[in-house]
Design a binder for this molecule. Structure first.
Ligand SMILES: NC(=O)c1ccc[n+]([C@@H]2O[C@H](COP(=O)([O-])OP(=O)(O)OC[C@H]3O[C@@H](n4cnc5c(N)ncnc54)[C@H](O)[C@@H]3O)[C@@H](O)[C@H]2O)c1
Ligand SMILES: Cc1ncc(C=O)c(C(=O)O)c1O
Length: 309
């Protein structure tokens, strides 16, 4: 039974995950190597808790859990039933965390990674109990998006996958078990196919970035929240899909490297909201307003999709 959870890495994803797990009645310890990240996470935690209130996510019947911040990794993982590694998407950085916690956790502690797509089989090569390592891939913003992918690697015990799936279900979220440990799992394979084409269209001057977003959000995005891709195939007709894909698939982007438009920006430290500029520019005030507006809309949409409005 999982009661105590340690989150390692409190950047974009960690604080929202901590808030959601605590709301589910769990005792969370939250650690980051950077003191500034811990300070930022305290504020982000409060914001996420406010969003959970407006989503109507009630504390578990056994009462709300807690979030405790610490700057000591040993303190964070001591007694943890589950450690969620949430550090940057880089195998060496993740492996260093596994090496550090290896001697600090008990042999029955589950170690989950929130990796966006590094195969779990590769990650579990760096830990002493690979049978207790699993992928637990949340979606951003993690306190609002209910679906979480659960992925076993070659050495993951089926019981580990089952335990994490049950934990997710027990706090009212939606686990989806990915049956094969493919890079990117399922959500990001589908999403990155879309992103590759979107970036290519903007890069080739087919459309302006703002118009690309309008086209996808109000065209595909709006309906895909209600009717998934497999169901959409049936709604459109497989005969139509056959005809269009027979000429269109060959024309879609198949580039296998990172697009120059993205490299130019990342080389100039333009990472998006976290650095104030990416595809668009953001002042701190705009970022605050944007995040509040997005949270309000996502909450409203989710309430409707769940039939609560
Ligand atoms: N950003 C997203 O939309 C998103 C969504 C789902 C999954 N993920 C995945 O989640 C993981 C974290 O992503 P993020 O966007 O939160 O990253 P981020 O860069 O925003 O934050 C990472 C945090 O990890 C900390 N960190 C770095 N090394 C550390 C160490 N050795 N010990 C403890 N903390 C350390 C950093 O200080 C930073 O605060 C990645 O694997 C990413 O691919 C990201
Ligand atoms: C661009 C991008 N990449 C990865 C992820 C998740 O792993 C997300 C997301 O969850 O939103 C994303 O936007």
């Amino acid at each position: 039974m999982i009661r105590r959870i340690a989150i390692i890495g409190l950047g974009t994803m960690g604080p929202g995950m901590a808030a959601r797990l605590a709301r589910g009645g769990l005792q969370v310890t939250a650690y980051d190597v950077a003191p500034a990240a811990i300070e930022r996470a305290r504020t982000m935690l409060g914001t996420a808790e406010g969003v959970l209130d407006s989503l109507g996510v009630a504390p578990s019947s056994a009462g709300a859990g807690t979030v405790r911040f610490t700057d000591d990794i040993g303190d964070a993982v001591a007694d943890a039933d589950l450690v969620i590694e949430n550090v940057p998407e880089n195998i060496s950085v993740k492996a260093e965390v596994y090496r550090m916690i290896d001697g600090l956790i008990s042999s029955d502690t589950i170690v989950a990674s929130d990796t966006s797509g590094i195969p779990i089989t590769k990650l579990q090569a760096h830990i002493s109990h690979p049978e207790r390592m699993v992928g637990m891939h949340w979606s951003n913003p993690p306190h609002i998006i209910p679906m979480i992918e659960v992925i076993g690697g070659e050495k993951t015990a089926p019981q580990t996958v089952a335990t994490i799936r049950e934990l997710i279900r027990s706090i009212g979220l939606l686990p989806v078990v990915v049956k094969k440990d493919v890079p990117g799992f399922v959500e990001n394979r589908v999403f990155y196919a879309l992103l590759r084409e979107a970036v290519d269209l903007v890069e080739r001057g087919v459309i302006e970035p703002e118009d690309l977003d309008t086209c996808v959000s109000w065209g595909i995005g709006y309906k895909i929240a209600v009717i998934g891709p497999m169901a959409l195939l049936d709604m459109a007709g497989l005969d139509i899909y056959k005809s269009v894909s027979s000429f269109l698939n060959a024309d879609l982007s198949n580039r296998d490297d990172v697009a120059p438009m993205v490299l130019e920006r990342t080389n100039a430290s333009k990472f998006g909201i976290k650095s104030g500029e990416g595809m668009f520019s953001y002042t701190p005030e705009q970022t605050k307003a944007l995040q509040a507006d997005r949270a309000r809309k996502l909450v409203a949409v989710r309430r409707i999709l769940e039939g609560r409005e």
